[in-house]
Design a protein around this ligand. Structure first.
Ligand code: G6P
Ligand code: MN
Length: 442
């Protein structure tokens, strides 16, 4: 089985490879025996290849790895394609943050005006990839991690239909943390999570017939023991009656998070630009895969430790739990998805797929993030409880933003771009939206 990773020179690629090695160790059926890394940057490919070589050294039977900068060559013959690209690199991420911040509104990788700018830049490239997949690897399944993952998956689905599935690690992380706080086995519970990517709610956690969520929401001590509990606070979570995705912190606490992001000397993109730049430069200088690997490990840990630092500062300042630093979030979802499609085990996962009739107020082809049953035919959204008005309201508003962004990117439509930015709940004026667009284009 051949897996191709687009964005193969990406920093988190060794996490996917580590999960593939686990499969090799367990001699899992239908495991991947060929891993193709594609990237536009050959230098980064060399570095990541050497990190993978060190990681594979102790594990016999891992996948053969080869690299290429030719997209069609990477796609041809692939069974699965992971798309994890960053159009414009970290320099682009910094602009997506700084331009909105200079207008006094949130600039973040996927949220607020920053997410819209990132979508406008990324969607044309994602569409090109989708068309090349359709032309040279029509049998392949595309698993999209490229952010903003919801809108990118939706744009690609216009070409690939249900053969593109979007993934994110934050919903499964929320389920894992909530079940750990309750002291129950995550594999033993059922859950109802629904929304859009980076904008969803965990609304029940069931053990047999019993919903454990009300008990968790009533328990200050347990709520204070995990990330989302600390971010949102027991008082607000109880009033809300659900556990929100961590990214909803930018909406519910917009004043506090914006202040914290503005007050931090550096944006996340600036921090990562320095950190990642230093890693790739230093790793390229060493001839030893072992050293490159150790450097990667140290850099990775620091990256995880500093994740969402501004949101944590805005909610009282606290450190991440050591079990949240392990990584192994999105790569595990990706591999579970791949295994469920390739084999016959089946799996229940939270994924970004076309809505169908899941949320009746949304169009059938709108991509939502929801619980799906996965089998060899793909990911099928499961019915979910009706959405509350506040949840549906936010989802509809953000879906309008996502769709306007897709329209703007597909047809270079300036009105659609203005609508996308100005309709975003975290952008407070069309005049601000217009200036942000001008600066982004300039
Ligand atoms: C989470 C989100 C991803 C996002 C990443 C950013 O994993 O689910 O969508 O890309 O965080 O992490 P970073 O270290 O790049 O800030
Ligand atoms: Mn995500």
């Amino acid at each position: 089985m051949r897996l191709t990773i687009l964005g193969g020179g990406g920093f988190r690629v060794p996490l996917v490879h580590r999960a593939l090695l686990d499969d090799a160790r367990r001699q899992a059926a239908g495991r991947c025996d060929e891993l193709v890394l594609h990237d536009t940057d050959p230098g980064r490919l060399r570095v990541i290849e050497s990190v993978l070589a060190a990681q594979a050294a102790a594990v016999p039977g891992g996948p053969a790895v080869w690299t290429t900068t030719d997209l069609d060559e990477a796609l041809r013959g692939a069974d699965f394609v992971f798309s994890a690209i960053r159009v414009g690199g970290t320099a682009g991420r910094v602009r997506d943050e700084r331009i909105p911040l200079s207008e006094g509104v949130l600039g973040q990788e996927t949220t607020g005006a920053g997410g819209v700018l990132y979508g406008l830049r990324t969607i044309p490239v994602a569409l090109h990839i989708a068309r090349r997949v359709a032309a040279v690897a029509p049998q392949a399944w595309v698993i999209n991690f490229t952010n903003p993952a919801g809108m990118v998956t939706e744009a690609m689905s216009a070409v690939l239909g249900d053969h593109v599935i979007g993934i994110c690690d934050s919903p499964v992380g929320l389920v894992r943390r909530a079940t750990r706080a309750l002291g129950v086995d995550p594999d033993q519970v059922g859950y109802d999570y629904v929304g859009l990517n980076h904008l969803g709610w965990l609304r029940s956690l069931t053990n047999g017939e019993r919903d454990l969520l009300p008990g968790l929401l009533a328990d200050d001590e347990r709520l204070n023991s995990f990330e989302e509990g600390k971010l949102f606070g027991a008082r607000w979570l109880r009033a809300l009656g659900a556990l929100p995705n961590e990214y909803l912190h930018y909406y519910y606490f917009r004043r506090e998070t914006l202040r914290s992001v503005r007050e931090a000397g550096q944006t996340r993109g600036e921090f990562l630009d320095g950190q990642q730049g230093a890693f790739f430069a230093e790793a390229a200088r060493t001839a030893s895969p072992r050293e490159a690997y150790e450097l990667w490990q140290r850099t990775r840990l620091r990256r995880e430790e500093t994740y969402m630092a501004e949101s944590r500062a805005a909610s009282g300042g606290w450190e991440r739990d050591s079990c949240d630093l392990e990584g192994g979030g999105y790569d595990r979802v990706a591999l579970a998805l791949m295994r469920a499609i390739a084999g016959d085990e089946g799996a229940r996962l939270i994924l970004n797929v076309r809505n169908g009739t899941t949320v009746p107020a949304l169009e059938p082809d709108a991509v939502v993030e929801t619980v799906c049953q996965v089998d060899s035919k793909g990911a099928h959204p499961l019915p979910c409880a009706p959405l509350r008005e506040d949840q549906l309201g936010l989802m509809l508003q953000l879906k309008a933003v996502e769709r306007a962004t897709i329209e703007a990117a597909r047809s270079n439509n300036a009105d659609a771009a203005l609508r996308a930015l100005a309709l975003h709940p975290l952008v407070d004026s069309p005049a601000v939206a217009e200036r942000i667009l001008e600066r982004a284009e300039g």
